[in-house]
Each structure stands twice: as structure tokens, then as C-alpha cells.
Design a protein around this ligand. Structure first.
Ligand code: UT7
Length: 352
């Protein structure tokens, strides 16, 4: 009888350290409205956004992911040689082949570790956190680095009234590892492919290459041919969010074993300040429970938004390490993932 070995790891896991990177260039609503047919008042009122950050100069997804990871590793106090896997959540890495995580791992001096990307839109960080926690619980790795990074500005049509004002760039990372008490609840996650066209690239890769080929040599000045532009039917996403997310949030709290009164802070994906306030109200969280509002000056950074928002709250003192936070990522797919977590300590080197 052949017996194949199996592993069992540490059941209690937590985020041990966090780090983030915000691009230097800040774009105000007024600056954006030089090309977008909109106004500062409309954008702020509908989305809660005043500014967003876009990469410039030598900034890139690769550079931001590495910078955020260095800060997360430093804050965790963990020797990087003990990190057994790197998970990169992103939908905007410049190439599908090669994927980003091995490159980031190499840049971090961790060449050789298991390294893979997760593409789950704005829910990507929650998916990554879930996979990391389960890796550690199963004994596949002792420590896992989870990164959310996006350069949304590369796929943005700044003249599009549906998306031009929403998206921003940035990176956030956490080191996940064993802890005395459990700090990451079971994940509640799901998807709705039936509504996937609500957030999608304007062309798939084949259509895009056909178009590029047809336009080649025609002297066309169509600027969009050089980019895979993302389109969003905001109202459709809003309707989906209103039906799906309250149920998901109740289910996250229920499966976490804590009660709604135990939640110290609510840190949802930074898609829209209005959606977030509405979710808090529907959940019946206490008046005094702060809601992350990083969207105001960072925009919607998709898979990077939750770690960036956690970092902002820890750095500004709106939240403290060890507090109980309710997380929920949602977006393209349409997908969502949520957890109740214990927050890591504030980063040693803040991103702002
Ligand atoms: O991160 C991924 C997940 N994404 C989301 O969760 C996004 C969810 N959706 C949203 O956040 C919102 O739908 C938006 C912020 C994108 C848009 O807000 P909205 O309140 O749904 O706007 P709307 O599309 O219903 O448009 C309302 C009005 C329309 O005018 P009328 O028909 O009432 O006269 C639009 O033509 O506002 C007009 N409008 C604009 N005006 C100025 C639409 N876009 C703009 C604009 N600037 N950019």
C-alpha cells in the first residue's frame, strides 16, 4: 500500500505586517476635468473622490509592488528567507506571460519561492488573503506575502464619463503568517459571471490584435488602439452591489464567530464612498465605527484598494493594530471576497 504524505500547518494565522506605495503624481478632479466632461462637484458627490494618484516617470506596477512589499516585510519583522510564497493580485500587469509574482519575488531577493498571480478584479486582495491563510493552515508555506497592485491609469480612457474619474494606481502588501490567536476568519466569496460584462475590457485580446492589424499602415490616429481600455456600466454594478454585498457581509460576520458589535472598523473596497456608507448603514454597524475613506484622495485602485485603505487608517490613527476589521472586496467578474480580520500593526515606513 503506497501512502502519500500530506501536510498540516498552523491553524491560527494573521496579517503580521503591512506596507504600501502611492504614486507621486496627484490628479485633482479639476485637472481631470480639463479632458473629462464633468465637474469636481459631480465627481465628489457621486463617488466621494477628490483626487487620485497615477504613475509617472519610472513608477510601474513592478516598482510599486516591490516598494510596498519591502515595507510590509520590514513591518512584519519576518526574515524574508522564511517567506515560502508570493501571491500577486492584479488585473493590470503589463504581460500575461510572464506573470508578475516571480519577477517581484526576484526583485525582493526571494528568487525560487512559489509565486503566482491572482486575477479577481477588485476582489483580488481578498482572494489572495484567503489563499494565503489556507496555504499556511495546510502547511504549504509558513509565511506568505500577498500583494495587491494596479496601474489602472494604463487602461483608462480619461474622456470616458463612466470610468475616467474613478480609477487610480497604487500597491499594498501584507505578510501573512502563524499567530497565537486567529486573525483571519473564513472567507466568504463568490462570483456572478452572468453579469461579467458590467466591467470589462473594450476588446478582448483577439479583437484587439485584429483591430491593430487592420489599422496598421492606414495612418489612423485612433489613440485607443494602443490600449486595452476598461469600460464599466456603473449603474449595473451598483444594482448588483446593492443586492449581493449586504448578504455577503452578513455571511462574513456570521461565519467569523464575532458579532456585529465586535467590529471596530469597516474597510470595504474603495469603489464608491456612497456604496460604502450605504453598506455600513444597512449592516447596522455602530455610529462610531469608522469606515475607510481612502478613495477620497487615492481613487479606486482595484486589487490594491483594501491594503492601501488599511494602511491609511493605521497611519492616520483612525484604526489601530489588533482591532477587529470587516473587509469586503468586490468588482470585476463580478466577484467578491470578505473576511473579518485582526489588523496588523501600523507600518514602520508609511507611504505618505
Ligand atoms: O471597483 C469596481 C466596482 N465598481 C463599482 O462599484 C462602481 C459602482 N457604480 C458607481 O460607483 C456609480 O454608478 C458611478 C459613480 C460610476 C456613476 O454614478 P451614478 O450616480 O450611477 O451616475 P449615472 O450613470 O446614473 O448618471 C447620472 C447622471 C446622468 O445624467 P441625467 O441622465 O440624470 O441627466 C449622466 O448623464 O449624471 C450624468 N453623468 C455625468 N455627469 C458628469 C454620468 N457620468 C457623468 C460624469 N460627469 N462623469
Amino acid at each position: 500500500m503506497v501512502s502519500i504524505a500530506s501536510t498540516r500547518g498552523h491553524q491560527n494565522v494573521s496579517m503580521l505586517g503591512i506596507g504600501a506605495y502611492r504614486p507621486k503624481r496627484l490628479i485633482s478632479n479639476d485637472e481631470l476635468c480639463e479632458v473629462l466632461d464633468s465637474s469636481d462637484e459631480w465627481i465628489y458627490e457621486r463617488s466621494g473622490i477628490r483626487n487620485r494618484r497615477w504613475i509617472s516617470g519610472d513608477e510601474s506596477s513592478r516598482q510599486m509592488a516591490v516598494a510596498a512589499s519591502e515595507r510590509a516585510i520590514q513591518s512584519s519583522g519576518i526574515d524574508r528567507a522564511e517567506i515560502g510564497a508570493v501571491i500577486l493580485a492584479t488585473s493590470t500587469w503589463k504581460t500575461l506571460v510572464p506573470h508578475g509574482a516571480p519577477i517581484v519575488a526576484h526583485d525582493l531577493g526571494m528568487n525560487g519561492v512559489a509565486a503566482f498571480d491572482i486575477t479577481a478584479g477588485c476582489a483580488g486582495f481578498g482572494y489572495g488573503l484567503s489563499v494565503a491563510a489556507d496555504h499556511i493552515r495546510a502547511g504549504s508555506a509558513k509565511y506568505v506575502l500577498v500583494i495587491g497592485v494596479e496601474t489602472m491609469s494604463l487602461g483608462l480612457d480619461p474622456t470616458d464619463r463612466g470610468t475616467g474619474f474613478i480609477f487610480g494606481d497604487g500597491a499594498g502588501a501584507v505578510v501573512v503568517g502563524p499567530s497565537e490567536e486567529n486573525g483571519i476568519s473564513p472567507t466568504v466569496w463568490g462570483s456572478d459571471g452572468e453579469n461579467s460584462t458590467a466591467i470589462s475590457q473594450e476588446y478582448d485580446l483577439v479583437e484587439y490584435m485584429d483591430r491593430a492589424e487592420r489599422l496598421q499602415g492606414t495612418g489612423s490616429t485612433d489613440e485607443k488602439v494602443g490600449r486595452l481600455v476598461i469600460r464599466m456600466d456603473g449603474q449595473r454594478v451598483f444594482r448588483w452591489a446593492a443586492i449581493t454585498l449586504p448578504k455577503a457581509l452578513r455571511s462574513v460576520i456570521e461565519s467569523s464567530g464575532v458579532s456585529a458589535e465586535d467590529i471596530d472598523v469597516f474597510i470595504p473596497h474603495q469603489a464608491n464612498g456612497r456604496i460604502n456608507d450605504l453598506m455600513k448603514k444597512n449592516l447596522g454597524l455602530g455610529e462610531g465605527v469608522p469606515v475607510a475613506n481612502d478613495i477620497e484622495n487615492t481613487g479606486n485602485t482595484s486589487a490594491a484598494s483594501i491594503p492601501l485603505a488599511i494602511e491609511e487608517m493605521l497611519v492616520t490613527g483612525k484604526a489601530k493594530g489588533g482591532q477587529i476589521a470587516l473587509l469586503l472586496g468586490f468588482g470585476a467578474g463580478l466577484s467578491y471576497a470578505g473576511q473579518v480580520v485582526k489588523l496588523p500593526p501600523a507600518p514602520v515606513e508609511p507611504s505618505f
